[in-house]
Design a protein around this ligand. Structure first.
Ligand code: ADP
Length: 188
């Protein structure tokens, strides 16, 4: 092994292919970023994919969420983290299994925080396998620091003026503050 690897870049490539990490990312948190960074070291290319047709009511538009992901991904290496040059944020329509096939991806990555994530994720993994049995879902355990962290908790804290450092990247924090000012402005 050559000795000039950054410590965070030690993860072995377990697959040279394309992995997909789907989610709402409304907004992207440090918990998501931890999964992105770890998964990016295990594949040739990682697509961070936002489904356009989810019915969930979101705070940020798909375009805003893509923009935040791009910012966070490009600044990660500059802030001393692993370079995420093989990570690409994308939005898709329709079924994740179809999108994965079109991208040539055979692996879906999901994060697991607690048992409460398991049932839903188990169902989704089995349904995706039913739709395309060449598709594998792999689960990565959350970093223990982020077990309690979710986008909805972040939005709740932001709406109520709480501290967000340690939960979201700085640029996401700034956008949350701006968004909340805009929302308040619209309601007056
Ligand atoms: P959230 O559940 O926070 O609204 P998403 O729907 O965007 O987030 O989640 C996308 C994926 O990221 C899911 O697989 C989810 O389990 C995972 N994830 C979300 N937050 C974390 C976290 N703090 N640690 C690990 N994985 C996470």
């Amino acid at each position: 092994m050559s000795g000039n690897h950054h410590e965070n870049e030690r993860a072995p490539m377990i697959n040279n292919g394309v992995f997909i990490y789907p989610g709402s990312f409304d907004p992207v948190t440090l918990g998501h970023l931890d999964i992105i960074s770890r998964a990016s070291g295990m594949c040739g290319r990682l697509m961070v994919a936002i489904g356009r047709n989810r019915e969930k009511k979101t705070m940020f538009s798909v375009e805003e969420r893509l923009d935040m992901l791009s910012d966070v991904i490009s600044s990660h290496g500059k802030k001393g983290g692993r370079s995420l040059s093989n990570v690409e944020p994308v939005a898709f329509n329709g079924l994740l299994a179809d999108f994965a096939k079109n991208c040539g991806a055979h692996v879906i990555v999901k994060g697991l925080r607690a048992m409460s994530d398991f049932e839903y994720e188990f169902q989704m993994a089995l349904l995706n396998k039913y739709l395309d049995d060449t598709l594998e879902t792999i689960f990565m355990m959350t970093n223990v620091e982020y077990t309690y962290l979710s986008s909805s908790a972040v939005k709740e804290i932001a709406l109520n003026g709480g501290r967000l450092d340690g939960l979201v990247p700085q640029c996401v924090n700034e956008r949350l503050q701006r968004k909340i000012l805009n929302l308040r402005g619209m309601n007056q």
